[in-house]
Design a protein around this ligand. Sequence first.
Ligand SMILES: Cc1cc2nc3c(=O)[nH]c(=O)nc-3n(C[C@H](O)[C@H](O)[C@H](O)COP(=O)(O)OP(=O)(O)OC[C@H]3O[C@@H](n4cnc5c(N)ncnc54)[C@H](O)[C@@H]3O)c2cc1C
Length: 225
Amino acid sequence: MRRFKIIEKKIQENILILTIETEDGGPFNFEAGQFASISIPGFGAKPAFFSIASPPAWSNKLQFTINIVGLRTKKLSEMNVGEILEVNGPFGKMRIPELEMIFIAGGVGIAPFLSMMREIKEKNLDRKATLFYSVRNPSLILFKDELDNYNKTQNLKTCITLTDEVPSWVGLKGRICPEMVNKFINDVQDKKYFICGPTKMGLAMKEMLMQMGVKEENIDMEAWG
Ligand SMILES: Cc1cc2nc3c(=O)[nH]c(=O)nc-3n(C[C@H](O)[C@H](O)[C@H](O)COP(=O)(O)OP(=O)(O)OC[C@H]3O[C@@H](n4cnc5c(N)ncnc54)[C@H](O)[C@@H]3O)c2cc1C
């Protein structure tokens, strides 16, 4: 268990973007793609799990993107800069692989992929990744400027799609589907796929990829909610 201080909180729609740093200033060791548990004051032994959105390159800082859905996430959203949280971990098997990566994110499921893309950018790693990011409407897009900037690099690409009907939106529309994947990815079978988001979406995406000929061993999924 490690003590962290809240250093920044931002609320976008119903999403808390929380940044914390180690109280002792030392690094928190983890791999991009992993998650941690946070013990929330007043909730005793029932911690909540969240994917880490920051890269290991940020050393003593961790960032999380948190849907405010119940009592613990509401309490977290009401805490103030300077307050202390206890964090355990890291956990989880998602890692930056050697193969070219395709990320499929639903809502705050973007967190582990932000961590991996940020790590690739900050450490200038020789890896290629494409993110498909599905949200209902533009107000729910997290870190839009940062994601747009990845499209100016050679190795990182982001494709944002909206599932609500938004007439002013000129980008991709509708759920992630085989046509959308095929439009941006050549040789779909040779890649490593990661899916993160609501369970129903995760299962549908996994089935879609397998129907497209992707082997199950090349699909990693983390789903909740
Ligand atoms: C490995 C792992 C990683 C996770 N990473 C993240 C993350 O990065 N960001 C994040 O926001 N959540 C993440 N979660 C989910 C998060 O742990 C729960 O949303 C959180 O514990 C809810 O706590 P609560 O007390 O606020 O709500 P609870 O009281 O536990 O739940 C309240 C109600 O909301 C529903 N609910 C719970 N979670 C969701 C959800 N995500 N969306 C919609 N409805 C929900 C429940 O079914 C319940 O009806 C992760 C879960 C796991 C297992």
